[in-house]
Design a protein around this ligand. Structure first.
Ligand code: RP5
Length: 193
């Protein structure tokens, strides 16, 4: 697996110790079907980095490298991952295949890489049969961003420091909206330039 740090694939990104508990902090595996998915999936990695979570990134395909995908998915739990984010486009079976091979929570990001602009990937990712859940987020960039946040929220159930960072993040979102509303009023209800 490639470890991710600022600006490229293949490197470790952050500390792996939780200062609160002293226990090894769980990482997040970010898998995608093609390197052409990376520009959107970087959003998930960016969010994980913002919360101080180590992300490891792999390109692996449900259709082109099915055995490698299965091996990586089966190894994720013992390799210290606490959640998995999977991005894929077209007939996007990757998240479901990964979920078939692990008990870790899998978050699926449908990607708009086909002529159908991600509607195909959305249905393929979200319509899992009973027993094998994939938590599916929105198509594209917002979905990738939310996948990173959701993975952080999953890990935060056992990490007080991470919970604090998520509270700060939410407070920051609210502060931005309030500031924009003030700017709108100052500009006489016209968009601020
Ligand atoms: C999917 O097919 C990938 O997730 C990607 O979104 C799409 C196209 O892949 P490339 O042909 O660009 O490798 O499996």
């Amino acid at each position: 697996m490639m470890r991710r740090k600022e600006g490229g694939l293949g490197h470790r990104s952050r500390t792996t110790k939780s200062p609160a508990s002293g226990r090894a902090r769980l990482k997040v595996w970010v898998a995608m079907g093609s390197d052409s998915d990376l520009p959107i999936m970087q959003e998930a990695v960016r969010m994980l980095e913002e919360f101080g979570i180590t992300a490891e990134v792999d390109v692996t395909s449900a259709h082109r490298t099915p055995e490698v995908t299965a091996r990586l998915a089966r190894a994720a739990e013992k390799n210290g991952f606490g959640a998995i984010i999977v991005g894929a486009g077209h007939a996007a079976h990757l998240a479901g295949v990964v979920a078939a091979h692990t008990i870790l929570p899998v978050i699926g990001v449908p990607l708009p890489s086909s002529a159908l602009q991600g509607l195909d990937a959305l249905l393929a990712t979200v319509q899992m049969p009973g027993g094998v859940p994939v938590a599916t987020v929105a198509i594209g960039r917002s979905g990738a961003q939310n996948a990173g946040i959701l993975a952080a929220q999953i890990l935060a159930t056992g990490d007080a420091g991470l919970r604090r960072r998520l509270h700060d993040y939410k407070a920051g979102l609210a502060a931005k909206v309030i500031a924009r509303n003030r700017a709108l009023k100052r500009a006489g209800n016209r968009p601020a330039s």
